[in-house]
Design a protein around this ligand. Structure first.
Ligand SMILES: NC(=O)c1ccc[n+]([C@@H]2O[C@H](COP(=O)([O-])OP(=O)(O)OC[C@H]3O[C@@H](n4cnc5c(N)ncnc54)[C@H](OP(=O)(O)O)[C@@H]3O)[C@@H](O)[C@H]2O)c1
Length: 445
């Protein structure tokens, strides 16, 4: 039965994809999405096909896991205004609201496999330049989806043998680019300008397609392709090894797509076919811009996922050790258990974690968490976001790389020598099953 969820939520970065992700990850079809911004709020309508019990459960999940002001569900038969999605994807805008709204994130198209054709890639060769985390995952997923893929690597690359052992034709980057109509840049962001200038630019075909999995190089103008080149982004929202694992299990990870320039007029179709080829259409493919993807991605990894979490873990560990507790205890409490908590959060949001932990833990979380991450931390988060948006972070990072990366290497070495890493190695060796079924096998991927 078609059911319509009407959700009113805070209009915050990332909230819409999170809400859509919750709805699309339930195993029943997501038929359409509309989203409009009103003041500080987003009004989102999501049309799904599910029974009453599933609808009630999803309602509860949304109410508990997203900062929703209101969530209601009703059978779609009672609707008069919902037009349903157009053939090419799902609408996320309302004409009457659009003129009041100048934010990029107030409208969003969402695609799934059924909205996407494979034809744009069927007769084209794809050159995947780089065979690291993303290159490995995308090259293998695309090939398993039936597309023609070659891999581009430098001749002395340690990745060369891995790609060849996986059965790919491996060529030097320039030769791979010359062989293909679609060239996808999956080398580290800081190396992209060099690889592009030396190997890719001289071999791009007129009217060819140039793809990225992160907007950094294009948004900060570190790579400036000629106007006759079609430029797109397909950014999987997962590390490559997990993306490959999910694909082999018949699932996929959500992807963002964006178009930077489209002289041929069909770049979106190529990008969508590519995103579906790596498995994104099994989950959800959300259309965004290079700017939005770049800024939110950098902010997420700096403030929360990598920078925020690492600094919090180290500070918690050091606080306990300095107070005289055993390092092993500090390791378990501040790092090891993080995985267990994250699994719960990943599965069903913060409310799922709070449902599972004790009342004591939940009370401590709700009363102490906001004291730690207070207005001063938010102020610094805004500073970090400002540095990203102004391009200051991008310039600092590129300058660091151009100068040889000495500061980066020193920071990395100091972090790896922290006592927490040694304690962790010792404790993990007592749990050999942690080594089983690893996503990362450095000899192979
Ligand atoms: N990691 C992720 O999960 C993730 C997620 C979303 C988006 N992205 C984006 O995906 C892109 C690729 O990142 P990644 O994390 O997959 O990189 P990575 O794991 O560091 O792999 C980079 C690959 O590029 C190769 N490479 C390095 N320098 C090269 C050169 N000069 N010429 C040719 N090949 C070269 C490396 O091979 P050798 O060094 O062995 O030669 C390696 O195979 C980036 O834009 C990143 O932001 C990554």
């Amino acid at each position: 039965m078609k059911q319509l969820f009407s959700i009113v939520a805070d209009d915050r970065f990332g909230e819409l994809p999170r809400i859509v992700g919750l709805c699309s990850g339930r195993g029943y079809p997501l038929v359409g999405v509309t989203a409009v911004k009103r003041g500080d709020l987003m009004h989102i309508d999501i049309l799904t096909e599910c029974d009453d019990r599933q609808a009630e459960r999803l309602c509860r999940l949304l109410a508990s896991q997203v900062r929703v002001v209101e969530v209601a569900v009703r059978p779609a038969a009672t609707l008069v205004e919902f037009d349903g999605p157009p053939a090419a994807g799902l609408v996320a805008e309302s004409g009457s609201q659009r003129k009041n709204n100048n934010r990029e994130d107030s409208r969003m198209r969402i695609y799934r496999d059924s909205d996407i054709g494979r034809e744009p890639l069927e007769t084209r060769t794809i050159a995947v330049i780089g065979y690291g985390s993303q290159g490995f995952a995308q090259a293998n997923n695309l090939r398993d989806s039936g597309f023609d893929v070659v891999v581009g690597l430098r001749p002395d690359s340690p990745s060369w043998a891995k790609a060849e052992n996986a059965g790919f034709t491996v060529l030097e980057p320039g030769d791979a680019a010359a062989r293909a109509e679609v060239v996808v840049m999956l080398v580290p962001d800081e190396r992209m300008p060099q690889v592009y200038a030396d190997a890719v630019a001289p071999n791009l075909r007129p009217g060819g397609y140039l793809g990225f999995s992160h907007g950094f190089a294009i948004h900060f103008a570190k790579v400036v392709p000629p106007p006759e080149t079609n430029v797109f982004m397909v950014a999987p929202k997962a590390p490559g090894h997990l993306e490959r694992y999910e694909f082999t299990q018949g699932r996929g990870v959500p992807c963002l797509v964006a178009i930077h320039q489209d002289p041929s007029g069909d770049t979106r179709d190529v990008a969508l076919a590519y995103a579906a080829g790596i498995g994104g259409g099994r989950a959800a493919i959300l259309e965004t811009s290079f700017r939005e993807e770049t800024e939110t991605d950098l902010f997420g990894e700096q403030a929360v996922l990598c920078g925020g979490v690492s600094a919090l873990v180290v500070a918690g560990y050091e606080t306990l050790v300095e107070a005289g507790y055993a390092p092993e205890m500090a390791y378990f409490e501040c790092l090891h258990e993080l995985k267990l908590i994250v699994d719960l959060v990943y599965e069903g949001g913060l409310a799922n974690m709070r449902y599972s932990v004790s009342n004591t833990a939940e009370y401590g979380d709700l009363t102490r968490g906001p004291r730690l991450v207070d207005d001063r931390v938010r102020e610094r988060m805004r500073d970090v976001l400002d540095e990203i948006r102004s391009g200051a972070f991008a310039d600092e990072w590129m300058a660091e790389c151009e100068a040889g990366g000495a500061r980066f290497t020193a920071l990395e070495a100091a972090a790896s020598e922290h006592s927490l890493e040694g304690v962790g190695r010792r404790l993990r060796s007592m749990m050999p099953w942690l080594e089983e079924r690893r996503l990362v096998d450095r000899a192979r991927n």
